[in-house]
Design a protein around this ligand. Structure first.
Ligand code: CA
Length: 227
Protein backbone atom coordinates (compact mmCIF):
# COMPACT_ATOMS: atom_id res chain seq x y z
CA UNK A 1 0.00 0.00 0.00
CA UNK A 2 1.37 3.42 -0.94
CA UNK A 3 1.55 6.14 1.69
CA UNK A 4 0.59 9.72 0.93
CA UNK A 5 1.57 12.59 3.22
CA UNK A 6 -1.02 15.38 3.08
CA UNK A 7 0.24 18.75 4.36
CA UNK A 8 -2.71 21.09 4.87
CA UNK A 9 -3.63 23.34 7.78
CA UNK A 10 -7.33 23.58 6.93
CA UNK A 11 -8.67 20.48 8.63
CA UNK A 12 -11.85 20.38 6.55
CA UNK A 13 -9.79 20.09 3.34
CA UNK A 14 -7.25 17.73 4.93
CA UNK A 15 -10.02 15.36 6.01
CA UNK A 16 -11.74 15.44 2.64
CA UNK A 17 -8.48 14.68 0.83
CA UNK A 18 -7.62 11.94 3.32
CA UNK A 19 -11.03 10.27 2.90
CA UNK A 20 -10.84 10.26 -0.88
CA UNK A 21 -7.28 8.96 -0.92
CA UNK A 22 -8.14 6.22 1.56
CA UNK A 23 -11.10 5.10 -0.53
CA UNK A 24 -8.71 5.01 -3.50
CA UNK A 25 -6.53 2.55 -1.58
CA UNK A 26 -3.79 4.77 -0.16
CA UNK A 27 -2.55 5.03 3.37
CA UNK A 28 -2.70 8.69 4.45
CA UNK A 29 -0.76 10.73 6.98
CA UNK A 30 -1.89 14.31 7.65
CA UNK A 31 0.39 17.12 8.86
CA UNK A 32 -1.01 20.57 9.70
CA UNK A 33 2.20 22.57 9.38
CA UNK A 34 5.67 22.49 7.88
CA UNK A 35 7.73 21.24 10.81
CA UNK A 36 5.43 18.26 11.39
CA UNK A 37 5.41 17.61 7.64
CA UNK A 38 9.20 17.43 7.44
CA UNK A 39 9.32 15.15 10.49
CA UNK A 40 6.68 12.85 8.94
CA UNK A 41 8.49 12.84 5.62
CA UNK A 42 11.68 11.72 7.33
CA UNK A 43 10.01 9.20 9.61
CA UNK A 44 7.37 7.55 7.43
CA UNK A 45 9.05 7.85 4.02
CA UNK A 46 5.83 8.57 2.10
CA UNK A 47 5.52 7.62 -1.58
CA UNK A 48 4.13 11.06 -2.42
CA UNK A 49 3.50 14.39 -0.69
CA UNK A 50 0.47 16.63 -1.28
CA UNK A 51 1.66 20.02 -0.07
CA UNK A 52 -0.48 23.10 0.46
CA UNK A 53 1.63 26.21 -0.12
CA UNK A 54 -0.46 28.38 2.21
CA UNK A 55 0.67 27.11 5.60
CA UNK A 56 0.92 28.89 8.94
CA UNK A 57 4.48 29.43 10.12
CA UNK A 58 6.88 27.78 7.76
CA UNK A 59 6.03 28.64 4.16
CA UNK A 60 4.98 25.78 1.85
CA UNK A 61 7.64 26.66 -0.72
CA UNK A 62 10.23 26.46 2.02
CA UNK A 63 8.92 23.02 2.98
CA UNK A 64 9.16 21.91 -0.66
CA UNK A 65 12.76 23.17 -0.84
CA UNK A 66 13.63 21.34 2.37
CA UNK A 67 11.97 18.11 1.18
CA UNK A 68 14.00 18.27 -2.01
CA UNK A 69 17.33 18.60 -0.20
CA UNK A 70 16.88 15.13 1.28
CA UNK A 71 14.69 13.13 -1.10
CA UNK A 72 13.14 12.73 -4.54
CA UNK A 73 9.68 12.02 -3.15
CA UNK A 74 7.06 13.16 -5.69
CA UNK A 75 5.36 16.38 -4.60
CA UNK A 76 2.00 17.78 -5.71
CA UNK A 77 1.52 21.36 -4.54
CA UNK A 78 -1.85 22.93 -3.78
CA UNK A 79 -1.96 26.58 -4.81
CA UNK A 80 -4.52 29.34 -4.68
CA UNK A 81 -6.18 30.45 -7.88
CA UNK A 82 -4.22 33.28 -9.47
CA UNK A 83 -1.01 32.44 -7.63
CA UNK A 84 0.95 31.75 -10.78
CA UNK A 85 4.31 32.85 -9.46
CA UNK A 86 4.07 30.41 -6.53
CA UNK A 87 3.15 27.68 -8.98
CA UNK A 88 6.24 28.39 -11.10
CA UNK A 89 8.55 28.61 -8.10
CA UNK A 90 7.07 25.37 -6.74
CA UNK A 91 7.61 23.51 -10.00
CA UNK A 92 11.14 24.87 -10.27
CA UNK A 93 11.90 23.72 -6.72
CA UNK A 94 11.06 20.25 -7.96
CA UNK A 95 7.33 19.80 -7.38
CA UNK A 96 5.94 17.29 -9.89
CA UNK A 97 2.53 18.79 -10.41
CA UNK A 98 0.10 21.31 -8.94
CA UNK A 99 -3.59 21.47 -8.26
CA UNK A 100 -5.38 24.80 -8.01
CA UNK A 101 -7.75 25.47 -5.11
CA UNK A 102 -10.66 25.01 -4.90
CA UNK A 103 -10.24 21.57 -6.45
CA UNK A 104 -12.30 18.44 -6.77
CA UNK A 105 -10.96 15.63 -4.54
CA UNK A 106 -11.51 13.22 -7.44
CA UNK A 107 -9.20 15.31 -9.61
CA UNK A 108 -6.57 15.31 -6.90
CA UNK A 109 -6.74 11.50 -6.61
CA UNK A 110 -6.33 11.24 -10.39
CA UNK A 111 -3.28 13.52 -10.24
CA UNK A 112 -1.77 11.48 -7.41
CA UNK A 113 -2.13 8.32 -9.49
CA UNK A 114 -0.72 9.98 -12.61
CA UNK A 115 2.31 11.41 -10.79
CA UNK A 116 3.06 8.05 -9.14
CA UNK A 117 2.84 6.31 -12.52
CA UNK A 118 5.07 8.89 -14.17
CA UNK A 119 7.72 8.99 -11.48
CA UNK A 120 7.89 5.19 -11.35
CA UNK A 121 8.44 5.04 -15.11
CA UNK A 122 11.14 7.74 -14.87
CA UNK A 123 12.85 5.89 -12.01
CA UNK A 124 13.07 2.73 -14.11
CA UNK A 125 15.28 4.69 -16.48
CA UNK A 126 12.53 5.04 -19.06
CA UNK A 127 12.37 3.38 -22.46
CA UNK A 128 14.70 4.29 -25.29
CA UNK A 129 11.83 4.77 -27.69
CA UNK A 130 9.08 6.98 -26.28
CA UNK A 131 5.56 6.59 -27.62
CA UNK A 132 2.96 9.15 -26.69
CA UNK A 133 -0.32 9.28 -28.61
CA UNK A 134 0.93 8.75 -32.18
CA UNK A 135 4.26 10.50 -31.63
CA UNK A 136 7.33 8.26 -31.49
CA UNK A 137 10.64 9.59 -30.17
CA UNK A 138 13.58 7.30 -30.84
CA UNK A 139 16.09 8.69 -28.37
CA UNK A 140 19.35 6.96 -29.40
CA UNK A 141 18.72 7.69 -33.08
CA UNK A 142 17.32 11.17 -32.43
CA UNK A 143 14.42 10.44 -34.76
CA UNK A 144 10.84 11.54 -34.40
CA UNK A 145 7.80 10.31 -36.28
CA UNK A 146 4.22 11.50 -36.03
CA UNK A 147 1.70 8.94 -37.21
CA UNK A 148 4.58 7.12 -38.92
CA UNK A 149 5.69 10.24 -40.80
CA UNK A 150 9.32 11.29 -40.08
CA UNK A 151 9.79 14.80 -38.73
CA UNK A 152 13.02 16.75 -38.97
CA UNK A 153 13.87 18.53 -35.72
CA UNK A 154 16.94 20.55 -34.73
CA UNK A 155 18.94 19.15 -31.78
CA UNK A 156 17.41 21.74 -29.45
CA UNK A 157 13.90 21.01 -30.63
CA UNK A 158 14.56 17.29 -30.25
CA UNK A 159 15.77 17.71 -26.67
CA UNK A 160 12.76 19.80 -25.74
CA UNK A 161 10.37 17.30 -27.25
CA UNK A 162 12.17 14.37 -25.64
CA UNK A 163 12.11 16.06 -22.23
CA UNK A 164 8.36 16.57 -22.38
CA UNK A 165 7.56 13.22 -24.02
CA UNK A 166 9.37 11.39 -21.20
CA UNK A 167 6.73 12.60 -18.78
CA UNK A 168 3.45 13.16 -20.60
CA UNK A 169 1.11 15.30 -18.55
CA UNK A 170 3.85 16.88 -16.48
CA UNK A 171 3.89 20.67 -16.58
CA UNK A 172 7.31 22.14 -17.36
CA UNK A 173 8.09 25.79 -16.71
CA UNK A 174 10.09 27.69 -19.32
CA UNK A 175 13.00 27.76 -16.89
CA UNK A 176 12.97 23.97 -16.58
CA UNK A 177 12.86 23.52 -20.34
CA UNK A 178 15.74 25.95 -20.71
CA UNK A 179 17.71 23.84 -18.23
CA UNK A 180 16.87 20.72 -20.23
CA UNK A 181 18.53 22.13 -23.33
CA UNK A 182 21.44 23.63 -21.46
CA UNK A 183 24.59 23.36 -23.50
CA UNK A 184 22.68 23.40 -26.75
CA UNK A 185 20.69 26.59 -26.56
CA UNK A 186 22.59 29.80 -26.22
CA UNK A 187 19.55 31.95 -25.61
CA UNK A 188 19.31 32.86 -21.99
CA UNK A 189 15.80 34.19 -22.26
CA UNK A 190 12.93 31.97 -21.36
CA UNK A 191 10.95 33.43 -24.23
CA UNK A 192 13.32 31.55 -26.54
CA UNK A 193 11.51 28.43 -25.38
CA UNK A 194 8.29 29.84 -26.82
CA UNK A 195 10.00 30.24 -30.19
CA UNK A 196 11.30 26.65 -30.11
CA UNK A 197 7.89 25.30 -29.14
CA UNK A 198 6.33 27.27 -31.96
CA UNK A 199 8.79 25.69 -34.40
CA UNK A 200 8.22 22.18 -33.05
CA UNK A 201 4.49 22.68 -33.40
CA UNK A 202 4.89 23.72 -37.03
CA UNK A 203 6.65 20.42 -37.63
CA UNK A 204 4.58 17.95 -35.58
CA UNK A 205 1.11 19.40 -35.17
CA UNK A 206 -1.55 18.78 -37.82
CA UNK A 207 -2.94 22.22 -36.88
CA UNK A 208 -0.17 24.25 -35.18
CA UNK A 209 -2.65 26.87 -33.98
CA UNK A 210 -4.70 24.18 -32.18
CA UNK A 211 -2.02 21.89 -30.76
CA UNK A 212 -2.81 18.26 -29.91
CA UNK A 213 0.59 17.27 -28.56
CA UNK A 214 2.49 20.21 -27.11
CA UNK A 215 -0.01 22.05 -24.98
CA UNK A 216 0.35 25.50 -23.44
CA UNK A 217 -0.28 25.76 -19.70
CA UNK A 218 -1.21 29.40 -19.39
CA UNK A 219 0.98 31.46 -17.11
CA UNK A 220 3.20 28.47 -16.32
CA UNK A 221 4.72 26.69 -19.32
CA UNK A 222 4.08 23.62 -21.45
CA UNK A 223 3.20 19.96 -21.22
CA UNK A 224 2.99 17.01 -23.58
CA UNK A 225 -0.61 15.78 -23.84
CA UNK A 226 -1.14 12.51 -22.01
CA UNK A 227 -4.48 11.52 -23.51
CA1 CA B 1 -3.74 26.41 3.81
Amino acid sequence: MKTILVVEDEMRIARLVRDYLEVAGFEVIVAGEGGAALASARGSKPDLVVLDLGLPGRDGLDVARELRTSSNVPIIILTARGDESDRIVGLELGADDYVVKPFSPKELVARVRAVLRRTEAARDGGPEVLRVLDVEVDVPRMRVTVGGRPVDLTPTEFQLLETMAREPGRVFTRGQLLDAVHGVAFESYERAIDAHVKNIRKKIEPTPGLPRYLLTVHGVGYRFADA
